[in-house]
Design a protein around this ligand. Structure first.
Ligand SMILES: [Cu+2]
Length: 133
């Protein structure tokens, strides 16, 4: 276990990009031992094409405008400690109910294409849009 590994990781990355620039000249940086740094998107990064996801953080919906296909299951992650809801403004066509702090829930997007505004009923200044196409 090396305490310096995070730092070393950064150094390796920096050297890696320098190496790209120097490739034409010939990169003599013998890093045969460096593991491939290709896939670092384990859990932290944004939702790929497969997963529709709204993240609530600091009383904000992210992304503010999410585009999904009809009937998509949308995952809502509440990273705040406060409870929030995702509630369609119009006729509550979708409504998660209270999502307690730290919880994750899913709801099903409407099957009719359109632009659906939603808000948090507990904090009505929190607003977002779900676009179904
Ligand atoms: Cu809220």
């Amino acid at each position: 276990m090396s305490l310096t590994s995070p730092h070393r990781g950064r150094t390796t990355l920096a050297m890696g990009s320098a190496c790209v620039l120097l490739t034409l000249v010939g990169c003599s940086n013998g890093d045969s031992t460096s593991p491939a740094t290709a896939s670092t998107s384990s859990a932290a990064t944004s939702a790929g094409p497969g997963g529709a996801r709204v993240v609530i953080e600091n009383f904000t919906f992210g992304p503010a405008n999410l585009k999904v296909r009809p009937g998509t299951k949308v995952t809502v992650v509440n990273r705040d400690s406060e409870a929030h809801t995702v509630t369609a403004t119009e006729d509550k066509v979708f409504d998660t109910g209270n999502i307690t702090g730290g919880a994750t829930v899913t709801f099903t997007a409407p099957s009719t294409p359109g632009s659906y505004s939603y808000l948090c009923t507990l904090h009505p200044n929190m607003k977002g849009t779900l676009t179904v196409t």
